[in-house]
Design a protein around this ligand. Structure first.
Ligand code: B12
Ligand code: SF4
Length: 501
C-alpha cells in the first residue's frame, strides 16, 4: 500500500501578497478523505512554506505519492516544474494533480508535464483520490476511475459527492496557521457551508465546475466544523452565501446552540442580500463583519454583458442594506481591456463617492468560462502566470503600459481611500491589538501595496519565458451570444452523483 502521501498547495499570486492569505481548504478536504482511508498524509502550503521544505520532505520522508492542488491557472507552470523535481528525486513516487483549474486544463497539463504527472483528478477530489492511491499501490490502472484523466485520455466524468460534508477539512495538517488572514481578520480560518452556484455569469467558472448544482451542508455538521475551529475569525468560502434562507437560519441556530463566538467574512450577491435581509441581519448579530458583493460593473450595459442577472437598483439597494446593518462591504469592478482613460476616471470618481471598499480586477477569459470560448483567440499572451485577473491577456485599446498606468493609478486611489492616513488612524487600535497578539499580517499589508502594484512590475511580468503555453479552445471561433452546451463547459454534471462516498 502506498502509505505516505504528500499534498502540496502552490505559492500565492499577486492578489494574496497584500490583501489576504487563506488556508488551502480543498486540499485539506482531500487530505481528510485520504486519512480516513488509512494513508499517512502530510501537507505543505507554499503560501506559507517554501519549495525548500518540499525538497527536504521528499528526501527525508520519501513519500510514495505526491498530490498537487491547482485551483489557479497562474500556478500551472510552478506545479509542472515541481512535479518534474519529484520524479527526479524519487523516480518511484507517483504524482497526481487536482483542483479547480487543473480540472479544466487536465489533458494539456499532462502533455506539458511529459510523464512527470501520472494523472489529473477532475472535480471534487475526496471520492477519487483514495481510489487512485489504491490503484497506484496495487499496480492497477487508474483509467476508468470517474474523474481520472491520464495522458491523452479524458476518461470517465467525475461524480458529485452525495454528502460533501463527510470529510471535514484536515486543519491539523497545516502549519503556520497564524499566517492565514484577510484584512484585520487576522488570523482567519476558512469554512464551507455549501458547494456550487446556480447562476451562470459568463466570466466565471464556479458554476461550470459544479454543473450549476448547489449542495447544502448538513447544518449540524457545519456547526460542528465551525466549533472545531480555533481561530477567532472565519472566511465562509461559499460562492454565494445564504441563497437559501432556511439553511442560513439553521446554521445560525447551531452557532447559538453551541455558543460559538467568531467574526465572519463572506461573499454573496446583491439580489440574495436584498431577498434574505433577515438572515444577514441575524448573522450580523452572530459576528458577521465583512461581506464581498460581486457588483462587477457600475452600469446596466456592463451587468448585461457579464450576464449577472441583477440590475443597478438591486446593487444600490443591497449596499444600502449592508450599510444599515453595519457590515463593511467590499465590491469588485471588472476592468475591460477596451477601457480608455476616461472610463477609468469615471470608475475612480464613483469609487471615491461610495463608502465601500472597492477593488478592481481585469477581465480575463479562463478555461471553463463562456468568455474563454469566445475570446481566447484574441489572447496577447499565452503565459499561464498572467492569468490572475491582475494582468491584461487580451488586446488593450490603450498601449499596454498606459493601460497598466491607469489600472495601477486606480488601485492606488482605492488603496489610499482605505489605507490612507485617516484610515490608518482609524485602524490604529486594531493594529495595536493585533500586534499585541503577535499578529503582523495586517500591518504588513498596510505598507506593502506600492511594492506589489507597479507598472514596471506588471510590464516585466509579460517578458517571462513561456515554457508551457496555455492551450486554446478546441471549438474554433465561437460567436459571442451563441451559448455553448453543458458538455462543452461542465466538469461535474449535476445528475452524475456518486452512489456512496
Ligand atoms: C476561497 C477562494 C479563494 C481564496 C484562496 C483560498 C486558497 N488558499 O486556496 C482567496 C480569497 C485568497 C482567493 C483568491 C483568488 N481567487 Co479564488 N476562489 C476561492 C473560492 C471562492 C473557493 C475555493 C475553496 O476553498 N473552495 C472550497 C474547496 C473545498 O473546494 P476546492 O478548493 O475547489 O477543492 C476541491 C476540488 O477543487 C479538488 N481539489 C482541490 N485541490 C486538490 C488537490 C488534489 C491533489 C486533488 C486530487 C483534488 C483537489 O478537491 C477539493 C474538494 O472537493 C473559489 C470558487 C470555487 N467555488 O471554487 C475561487 C476561485 C478558485 N478563485 C478564483 C480567482 C480568479 C482568484 C484570484 C486570482 C482573484 C480573485 N480576485 O479572486 C485570487 C488569487 C488567488 C491566489 N492563489 O493567490 C477563480 C479561479 C480562476 C482560475 N481558473 O484560476 C475561482 C474559481 C472563482 C471564480 N469565480 O472564478 N480565492
Ligand atoms: S460570479 Fe458569483 S453569481 Fe456569478 S456564476 Fe460566479 S459564483 Fe455564481
Amino acid at each position: 500500500m502506498a502509505s505516505r502521501v504528500l499534498l502540496v498547495h502552490p505559492s500565492p499570486l499577486i492578489f494574496s501578497e497584500i490583501f489576504l492569505r487563506l488556508e488551502p481548504l480543498g486540499v485539506e478536504c482531500v487530505a481528510s478523505a485520504l486519512e480516513a482511508a488509512g494513508y499517512d498524509v502530510r501537507l505543505i502550503d507554499l503560501q506559507v512554506l517554501t519549495a525548500a521544505d518540499v525538497r527536504a520532505t521528499l528526501k527525508s520522508w520519501r513519500p510514495d505519492a505526491v498530490g498537487f492542488s491547482v485551483n489557479y491557472l497562474a500556478n500551472v507552470p510552478e506545479v509542472i516544474d515541481l512535479a518534474r523535481e519529484v520524479k527526479a528525486t524519487l523516480p518511484q513516487a507517483r504524482v497526481f494533480v487536482g483542483g479547480h483549474s487543473a480540472s479544466f486544463v487536465a489533458l494539456e497539463m499532462l502533455a506539458h508535464a511529459d510523464g512527470a504527472i501520472d494523472c489529473v483528478i477532475r472535480g471534487e477530489g475526496e471520492g477519487a483520490s483514495p481510489k487512485v492511491l489504491e490503484a497506484f499501490a496495487s499496480g492497477a490502472s487508474v483509467q476508468g476511475i470517474p474523474g481520472v484523466v491520464t495522458p491523452g485520455d479524458l476518461g470517465a466524468p467525475p461524480l458529485l459527492l452525495p454528502n460533501p460534508e463527510k470529510h471535514m477539512p484536515a486543519r491539523h495538517l497545516t502549519s503556520k496557521r497564524r499566517k492565514y488572514f484577510i484584512g484585520e481578520l487576522d488570523p482567519c480560518a476558512s469554512i464551507e457551508f455549501t458547494r456550487g452556484c446556480p447562476w451562470d455569469c459568463n466570466f466565471c467558472s464556479a458554476w461550470t465546475f459544479y454543473g450549476r448544482s448547489y449542495r447544502k451542508f448538513d447544518a449540524a455538521a457545519a456547526g460542528e466544523d465551525l466549533a472545531s475551529i480555533r481561530e477567532p475569525n472565519v472566511f465562509i468560502v461559499d460562492d454565494v452565501a445564504f441563497i437559501r434562507p432556511e439553511h442560513g437560519m439553521a446554521i445560525a441556530d447551531e452557532v447559538e446552540r453551541r455558543g460559538i463566538q467568531k467574526r465572519y467574512y463572506l461573499e454573496t450577491r446583491a439580489d440574495v442580500l436584498v431577498r434574505n435581509r433577515e438572515v444577514f441581519e441575524r448573522w450580523t448579530r452572530l459576528g458577521l463583519r465583512y461581506m464581498f458583493v460581486g457588483v462587477e460593473a457600475i452600469d446596466e450595459d456592463g451587468l448585461k454583458r457579464f450576464r449577472k442577472r441583477v440590475v443597478m437598483s438591486e446593487n444600490d439597494h443591497a449596499l444600502q442594506i449592508a450599510r444599515e446593518l453595519g457590515i463593511v462591504v467590499a465590491i469588485n469592478i471588472i476592468a475591460d481591456p477596451d477601457w480608455d482613460e476616461q472610463r477609468f476616471e469615471i470608475v475612480r470618481q464613483w469609487a471615491l463617492e461610495v463608502p465601500e471598499i472597492v477593488n478592481m480586477t481585469i477581465s480575463t477569459p479562463y478555461p471553463g468560462t463562456e468568455i474563454w470560448l469566445t475570446d481566447a483567440r484574441r489572447f496577447t499572451s499565452r503565459d499561464y502566470r498572467l492569468f490572475d485577473v491582475q494582468h491584461a491577456v487580451l488586446p488593450t485599446r490603450m498601449p499596454l503600459r498606459k493601460f497598466y498606468g491607469e489600472f495601477v493609478k486606480t488601485q492606488d486611489v482605492l488603496n489610499k481611500k482605505h489605507l490612507g492616513w485617516q484610515a490608518v488612524y482609524d485602524v490604529f487600535g486594531i493594529t495595536m491589538r493585533l500586534l499585541a497578539r503577535g499578529q503582523t499580517n495586517f500591518l504588513k499589508m498596510l505598507w506593502k501595496f506600492n511594492d506589489v502594484y507597479s507598472v514596471d512590475r506588471l510590464m516585466r511580468d509579460h517578458e517571462g519565458v513561456v515554457k508551457y503555453p496555455i492551450g486554446l479552445p478546441a471549438v474554433a471561433h465561437r460567436q459571442a451570444g451563441v451559448r455553448p452546451s453543458a458538455d462543452e463547459l461542465y466538469i461535474h454534471h449535476p445528475t452524475a452523483i456518486a452512489a456512496t462516498a
